[in-house]
Ligand binder design. Structure first.
Ligand code: AMP
Ligand code: MN
Length: 327
């Protein structure tokens, strides 16, 4: 890194001048939100500061194996007083699902395109493959040694947010940080096994049922995957168990994009989008009030499933052909 962001310098000053921190990230936290928050919490503690992590939802079961994850407080609102709130991975403050954070001095650290700049300090870098790349730079700038615990969370965040090093957001910086993490004692085999190889049988059966019912668009380039509560129950799995499923159709050479519909209630669906290379699904998710990145994005939409499928296939075909999405 040759230049240091002025926002980063402001954050360093703000952190040095304060003592009690609350950290938060988005609802249904993923590896990057958990890793970024805990890496930062451990760095603050190493500086002799108090750091509490508060999330609206618990982490998925495979992430519970990592240090500190079980100590994260799960609450719909902030209880207690803090000198600052550090929010990571959130395009806007509402994404936390935690009420009351706006009462504090807010530091906003994020890499999602379209971040609204809701903080008192905003450090936003859409070129970062994971928010934890920014946390790594901050930890360095604060002069905190990269301990194995901190490095493990940074590596966890990068591994998961790059889709196991599949997304086009990866840069030389990504590998430079991972190299430092390994030198700090991170065991990449342990991290990968905990994240990807610690599931239950219900999940595997549910994957079988959902992939068995998968549809392919006429062009042969788009996979449409669907799950509802009934399918999950019949397979002996839960919705949480479908984490990661959306990526599997992309392992087929011809498949360029995937849309995954998860029925919430009635006509309401949580939609996950994935793509290869330059196909931008983040723009599509944003059109539907969601967000995300070029190769991984999501939104919640309501309507008859056949119509929603037709509309999304059309948008994805357009994105694959390089037609700009309507805004
Ligand atoms: P998911 O498909 O839920 O794994 O989400 C993929 C990516 O899209 C993640 O980086 C999320 O943070 C982002 N994302 C998902 N849903 C939303 C949303 N409603 N608003 C903004 N970003 C989202
Ligand atoms: Mn992220």
């Amino acid at each position: 890194m040759t230049t240091t962001s002025p926002d980063l310098l402001q954050i360093v000053e703000a952190v040095r001048a304060r003592r009690r921190f609350v950290l938060s990230s988005h609802a249904r936290p993923d590896g990057d939100s958990i890793g970024s928050q805990l890496a930062m919490a451990y760095a603050l503690q190493a500086m002799g500061k108090a750091a509490v992590v508060v999330n609206s939802d618990a982490a998925a079961a495979p992430l519970l194996a990592f240090p500190g994850v079980r100590d994260i407080r799960i609450a719909p609102a902030i209880d207690g007083d803090f000198d600052a709130a550090i929010i990571m991975e959130c395009g806007d403050l509402k994404r936390t699902g935690v009420a009351g954070l706006e009462r504090f001095f807010v530091v906003n650290i994020d890499h999602h395109p379209g971040n609204t700049g809701y903080g008192n300090i905003n450090w936003f870098d859409a070129t970062a493959a994971a928010c934890a790349e920014l946390v790594h730079e901050l930890v360095r700038a604060l002069g905190v040694p990269l301990t194995r615990q901190i490095a493990t969370h940074i590596y966890l965040a990068i591994l998961t947010d790059t889709g196991s090093f599949h997304y086009s957001s990866i840069s030389p910086r990504t590998f430079e940080i991972c190299r430092e993490c390994l030198e700090a004692g991170v065991d990449p085999v342990m991290v990968a096994r905990n994240v990807y190889d610690s599931n239950n049988m219900g999940r595997l059966k549910l994957f079988g049922a959902v992939l068995g019912a998968m549809q392919i668009a006429d062009s042969g380039r788009i996979a449409i995957v669907y799950v509802d509560h009934e399918m999950a129950r019949a397979a002996g799995g839960t919705y949480e168990d479908t984490e990661g499923l959306v990526n599997l159709p992309l392992t087929v050479k011809e498949i360029e994009a995937v849309v995954f519909f998860k029925q919430e209630k009635g006509d309401e669906y949580r939609v996950s989008l994935r793509s290869k290379g330059e196909i931008d699904v983040g723009v599509i998710a944003k059109e539907y009030g969601g967000g995300g990145h070029k190769n991984a994005a999501g939104c919640t939409i309501t309507g008859p499933i056949e119509e929603l499928q037709k509309a999304l296939i059309e948008k994805l075909e357009g994105a694959i052909d390089g037609r700009p999405a309507d805004r």
